[in-house]
Design a protein around this ligand. Sequence first.
Ligand code: HEM
Length: 509
Amino acid sequence: MALISAVFSSLPTLLTYGALALGVAFAIHILSQLIVPKDPRQPPVVFSILPFMGNAVEFGMNPIQFLKKCQEKYGDVFTFYMVGKRVTVCLGADGNQFVFNAKQNLSSAAEAYNDMTKYVFGREVVYDAPHNIFMEQKRFIKAGLNSEHFRQHVPMIVEETTEFFKQFKKPSGLMEAYSTFGELIICTASRCLMGKEIRAALDESVAGLYYDLDQGFKPINFMFPNLPLPSYKRRDIACEKMANLYSSIIQRRKAENDNSNADLLQALMDATYKDGTSIPDKHIAGMMIAVLFGGQHTSATTSAWTMLELANQPELIAALRQEQIEKLGSLKAELTFDNLKDMPLLEAVIRETLRLHPPIFQMMRKVVADKIVYEKSGFEIPKGNFICAAPGVTQVDEKYFNEPTKYNPYRWLEKTDPVHQLEVGDDANIDYGFGAVGISSKSPFLPFGAGRHRCIGEQFGYLQLKTIVSTFIRTFDFELEKEGVPKPDYTSMVVVPEHPSNLKYTWRE
Ligand code: HEM
């Protein structure tokens, strides 16, 4: 009792001291930015009011707008503070090239991401593996995503999509774009990549495990990878259970000689490391989880944005249907891996969605050498800083794209935008251990990244999206519920349409 009353009686004094300390911290933070002389070798620092938080709030609300505003004020290279982290942003095509091509001993993706990803994917895979082993792991995954498998994947995706939409029983109604396509992508990706066993268990145990892992793959986990909270505990348990589940599937397939599966799981089971050792089950499980996370939200949001943009321009839906009629004879003709390759407008629609709505608009590395010199800008970036490329900014820069904020898939067919002169470069042929990268890191259009960390799921991603879009436009007429394409929501790991982003659908005959 005495203690409580003592605390209460001293509360006003405590509050006064607290407010004073906060005031001093603010004053020091602001004055140090105004008074302390700047090192001219280092990039300019973006002014911020809040100590520790830095520019996190402004960045979090609309990062593209924030980065463009900073670009106008400070130029293409600048540093800002975000929850105690120093982030040096390198904008423009040169900035992309600098970040994506930086040497491994100077800057590291593992140092930037592994604190978080090791808990979701498990140990000894991806960023938790030595870099050369990770590159081998990428090679295995890429090898499993091949034309022979893709040929078998297309009918599977058509079947999954057709079945999935049967749940919309009314002749017309509303569907929320991101959640609907998110659910569909889990089905299609599980069926094609994760294996028939995982697909079969999707409605039961696996869905819960996916959910718990996903709760550990949020911006908060990036900032605070390991808090003593129930969701973190559930994430760890789910990771272990997934590894055990995969292990049991692998053991069963081996015992029963069940080895003619067109999925990624089988491809990994059949692969061996360069030193001749076979891949441990827990590495296979980790890679499967990483693939799921690499492809799930990215493809879900891209399909949602595509349908929303199409719904906003019905003449595009008509043109896509016309393309199918011209190429295939009718909207009832079977979709195949080969005929989907020959649909330029369909491809351009997806490219344009990825330009205007890149799911991952910025990519980070952490400087691990004493400093890294960005020669073209003349700046030195010190150890511990994050360096950040932001293709999401170059992809809407009028230097590279005419009328950059307009959703116009035809730009990819007409090829009159300045971007087309910049997409080529020798670094496209570099092989970091998983085959040639395929695109120059100097391109302003990099929704799949570039360099050693470039996406290896691009081809599968396109195939999946093309098949889903084609099936959707054959199945439904659709329009936006409210006028205008929804705004982007930047609070998840990928950029999603603001919730709810409803489509009004009507079943076609
Ligand atoms: C629309 C679909 C997709 C988009 C927009 C996308 C985007 C990206 C981006 C931007 C990166 C580079 C990250 C960085 O540099 O930090 C990346 C890497 C990667 N993605 Fe994708 N991705 C997609 C689909 C997929 C799919 C379907 C898979 C698996 C089948 C996948 C697996 C990976 C892997 C393994 C990496 C390598 C990460 C690294 O080396 O650090 N992605 N992806």
